[in-house]
Ligand binder design. Structure first.
Ligand SMILES: C[S@@+](CC[C@H](N)C(=O)[O-])C[C@H]1O[C@@H](n2cnc3c(N)ncnc32)[C@H](O)[C@@H]1O
Ligand SMILES: [Zn+2]
Length: 209
């Protein structure tokens, strides 16, 4: 069963991060399995997310968009909460999970006070990615096993995934198509699996913002 926080002391704070911009840090011990928070923001279609950020510099990877599935993106930049400041980490202490198309950030190990929270964005790769895509999405998490990119490992191109921050510069349509394909494939393959699995690994994909 999920552990819920009962203490009144705030669990996290947002402050400057050595990884990038602002980050989210534990103010007290967060036990493994704790649901830290929901990823909130306006729920929009991929088309709307694309239109919203279409003028963005393609070399700017910054985004508050999180892909729920082929239909929906959460724009943490509109009515969002602290979850939008959680940075990517290659050796993360959190993961994003999807429950009834809502996204939650959960501790996957016990997090000590002062530690920065991170989850693996696993940004989906697309067949038409620019040659410098790894450079654009370079990771600065400084983990000993940092893979150097916020993108999913190269061999996972177009596979359905459970989570991936989806950078938002005009990649949404392509991603949505890939995800719909992947979803159909996963469904066909995984009828006996849980609904979340059957949906494919589609959760946070911070759309290119
Ligand atoms: C959801 S925001 C996280 C909050 C962000 N630090 C801020 O201050 O707005 C996601 C963006 O933060 C940056 N980012 C997050 N994790 C990173 C990492 N490990 N390495 C480099 N940039 C990162 C990227 O620009 C990414 O698109
Ligand atoms: Zn890294």
């Amino acid at each position: 069963m999920k552990k819920k926080s009962t203490s009144r002391a705030p669990m996290i704070e947002v402050r400057h991060s050595p990884i990038h911009g602002y980050g989210v840090f534990a103010l007290r011990r967060i036990r493994k399995g704790t649901t830290v928070m929901e990823y909130l923001g306006e729920r929009v279609s991929h088309a709307r997310a694309d239109a919203r950020y279409e003028h963005k510099d393609p070399d700017d990877n910054h985004t508050f968009l999180f892909t729920v599935d082929a239909r929906t993106v959460i724009d943490g930049g509109v009515n969002g909460n602290e979850a939008r400041f959680i940075n990517h980490g290659c050796d993360p202490n959190c993961e994003s999970t999807s429950l009834k198309r809502r996204i939650f950030i959960e501790a996957i190990r016990t997090i000590e006070p002062g530690e920065e929270l991170a989850y693996d964005y696993q940004i989906q790769r697309d067949a038409d990615d620019a040659p410098n895509v790894d450079e654009v999405f370079a990771c600065r998490c400084k983990a000993a096993n940092c893979r150097g990119t916020m993108l999913a490992p190269a061999e996972e191109v177009l596979k359905p995934r459970r989570r991936a921050v989806k950078p938002a510069t005009g990649r949404s349509k392509v991603k949505a198509k890939a995800k719909a394909k992947a979803k159909a494939k996963a469904k066909a393959k995984a009828k006996s699996k849980s609904p979340a699995k059957a949906r494919g690994r589609g959760a946070p994909s911070l759309s290119d913002s």
